[in-house]
Every structure is written in C-alpha cells, then in structure tokens.
Design a binder for this molecule. Structure first.
Ligand SMILES: *Cc1c(COP(=O)(O)O)cnc(C)c1O
Length: 421
C-alpha cells in the first residue's frame, strides 16, 4: 500500500536559500524600493558574466523581455510603425509550436502573424526540417522565434544555418533553459535577441522577473529606455516613442541576486532527479525527454513519453479528458490523475500552439508541409506527421522539485509503475 504524501510533492517550486532575504532587506534599509538600485545593477552584471554576453537588462518578466525582443526585431526588419500599429504589422513570423504561450504572444502584441513550426523527436524542440519547409512555403519571412523546451537546447547549428541562408533574424526564448549549454555555449546567446525568465517555477527565480540579453550596446539601451516609459533626455517627461513599464524591481532583483550563486547546485539537483527517474523507470515502455549528446540541458523538468503500443485509450477535449484503463498500458491522464491522488503534481506537456483555439487560424508547418491537412493523423492511428500533437498525447511532466527527497521520488516512481500494471 502506498500512502499519499503528507507534504505535497510539487512539479517545480521556488527553492530559497536565505541570501535572498538579506538582499531584500538591504533594499528596504537603504530605501531603494524602486526600479533602481544595487540589486538590479548586480544581477545584470552577474548574469551577463555567467551567460557570456555583454549586456543584460533586468525586466519585470520573461514575457516583457520577449516582447521587447520582438519589437527590436520588427523595427530592424520593417522600420518604425505608425503609433497605432505594431512593428510586425501584417508580417509572418516562424516560431516554436510546442511551448508556453508566452513564447508566441509577443508576435501578436506587435500585430504579426505566428506560423507554427512542428517539433522533432530528438530534443522536443523546433524541427529544422520543418523550418526549412516553412521557408519554401513562405520565403519572405525574416524572423524566427526559438524556445528551448524544459531546459533542453534546440538544434541551434541547423536552425542558425537555415536562418542565415534566408536572411532571417532569431529571437531565442531561453526562459526555461538558463544554464544549459549547446556545444559548450550557454543558451541565451544564440539569438539576435535573447530572453530569460525568473518566474517562480524556473531553475532560479525572483518570484517573477526576466532579462533581455545582448552583445549590442544600442539594443540594450533601447530596451532600458522602452522598459522605463521611453523618456527622452529632457527636463520634463518628453516622449518620442511608445513606452512600457517593464523594469525589474530592486526588491525582486534582491531575490534573483540571492539565487544566482545557487544556479549550478539547482541544475545538479535537477539532473540527479532526471537520472533517478531514468533508472527507476527503465524497464517500463517509456522514454525520458531526450537531448542530443552535444548539449547539456539544465534538466528543469523531467518528462516522459509512453511508447505508442503501451498507450491505453485517452481522449482530450478542450478542457476535459478521459481514458479507458487497460492492463499493461497507461496514458498521461491516468498517470497525472494517479499522481494527484497521492498529493504529487505532474503536468501535461505544453499543448502545441497550433491546437490552441486562439491560434486556430494560424498556419502550422510540419516537415511534410501544411500540417493543418494532417494534424489528426495520430488519432486515426496513422504514422504521425504532427509530432507536437503526438508528444502532447503521449507525454507528461513529472514532479521535478529540487526539494523532493530520494525517498519521495522513489514513491513517485512506484506510483508510475503501478499505472502500467
Ligand atoms: C516561463 C516562460 C516564459 C515567460 O516567462 P515569464 O517570466 O513567466 O513571463 C516564456 N517562455 C517560456 C518557454 C517559458 O517557459
């Protein structure tokens, strides 16, 4: 008999160390309770040094960073828009399909039109072959937004080569992958514009917050100006551009400052969790979320995907899900519901953007071309050409909290094993 956890086992919750409180207190005692102060200067300096870029601009959220990345790219490509238009007005932008919606929404903020690029099985990120196909269909596209899912780097060499050949700029969404490397280089440095996040459940956190990363002094200055309401250098509030209130607070920066020294430790804990799952589940008909040997993920979330033959029947609507139990088989719904009944938190894979009602009119490109034509192929039991839908159907995120003990994780493993009985 497995007993439910008395203390909830989380998917990924903030892991504090004490230094955070000291830096918050310092902000309070020196009265820098504002979007200016030593904590902000320090986190910008330390993150730039850690990641290996020249400038980091601290912002209120990763989403804010992605928005200003998008605006910078739009302005560079298409020039200054009219006041009531976005910088991407009427232009298509290629982007990762299987991701959190914050990757994609900034394209809409700037009035652009997202075209979703299918996922590949090797890393669960943007498929370079589908990207190549998308450029065949839409040769005029000049901007690509790439995310590194669950802390696993995308195939950046291939993606960069394709973008270069088509004269396209890259926005890199490294919100989930801080500290991960691809061929020895830190994520957050591959794009023309780069964003990271300090949201509460990320590898390190400020409770909220994010950063824009760049080697361009001009871009860093622009983001700094836009994020503080676009004030011109004048004795009064003079405005020549639209502004935003996107700057990070010095109190939040205090939390981030206390977390930065623990990044490597958090990654090591997450990696140990991933390895323990891999070992504990190795004889089940599942595979852990994969990564290529030339990259070192930060292992933010441990995920698994069930072999097609071991899937019991599972049906998902727009907000409800159901399954039929079968001996020797399971499905994400069964595993997630069983984990929840033991007071442990898992989560479905990010539902692909092309399956979201809000983006139902946007194009979706697989390696075979127009993905809208065959996006339900997996349901019919045919060979899946919609990789994102397939991973969403068969995959899930496991409890991956830094503070989960080995004993607790062993119980989680037992619960998962039970689902396949
Ligand atoms: C968390 C996340 C973001 C947004 O970061 P916030 O700081 O929450 O705004 C963007 N993209 C991805 C892939 C994320 O996981």
């Amino acid at each position: 008999m497995i007993k439910p956890f008395e203390k909830k086992v989380w998917l990924s919750s903030p892991t504090m160390h004490g230094e955070e409180l000291e830096y918050i207190k310092k902000a309070y005692e020196t009265n820098w309770m504002s979007t200016v102060g030593e904590n902000i200067n320090e986190v910008e300096r330390q993150i730039a040094e850690k990641v290996g870029c020249k400038y980091a601009v601290a912002l209120s959220a990763g989403t804010a960073a992605l928005h200003l990345c998008t605006k910078l790219a739009g302005e560079k490509l298409y020039g200054m828009p009219k006041t009531n238009e976005g910088t991407l007005q009427g232009h298509k932008v290629f982007c990762t399909d299987m991701t959190f919606d914050a990757t994609v929404n900034p394209i809409a903020y700037e009035n652009g039109e997202a075209v979703f690029i299918d996922t590949e099985y090797d890393t669960w990120n943007m498929d370079p072959k589908a990207l190549e196909k998308a450029f065949e269909i839409y040769p005029d596209v000049r901007l690509v937004v790439v995310a590194h899912l669950y802390g696993t780097p995308a195939k950046m060499d291939e993606i960069k080569r394709i973008c270069k050949a088509h004269n396209a700029l890259i926005i890199e969404d490294a919100a989930e992958s801080l500290g991960a490397t691809y061929k020895g280089q830190q994520t957050g440095t591959f794009g023309d514009y780069n964003a990271i996040s300090f949201n509460g459940n990320k590898i390190i956190t400020g409770s909220s917050g994010g950063m824009f990363l760049t080697d361009s002094k001009a871009d860093a200055e622009k983001v700094r100006k836009w994020s503080t309401q676009s004030r011109e250098n004048a004795p009064w509030y003079q405005h020549e551009e639209i502004g935003y209130n996107y700057r990070m607070s010095n109190v939040i920066a205090g939390v981030v400052r206390g977390q930065i020294p623990h990044l490597e430790e958090h990654i090591a804990q997450k990696k140990a969790i991933y390895e323990r799952y891999k070992e504990g589940l190795k004889d089940l008909p599942i595979t852990m979320n994969p990564y290529s040997p030339d990259s070192e993920p930060n292992f933010w979330l441990s995920c698994l995907i069930i072999d097609p033959e071991a899937m019991c029947k599972q049906v998902r609507g727009d907000s409800e899900t159901t399954f039929i139990k079968e001996h020797g088989k399971s499905c994400p719904t069964e595993i997630l519901e069983t984990l929840a009944s033991y007071n442990a938190e898992g989560r479905p894979i990010w539902k692909p953007m092309h399956l979201q009602p809000i983006y139902r009119m946007n194009a979706f490109i697989t390696k075979d071309g127009n993905g809208r034509a065959n996006s339900n192929a997996y349901i019919a039991g045919e060979k899946a050409t919609d990789v994102g839908a397939d991973i969403f159907q068969r995959g899930l995120c496991l409890p991956s909290d830094n503070k989960m003990t080995e004993e607790e994780q062993d119980v989680v493993i037992k619960i998962i094993r039970k689902c396949f009985e």
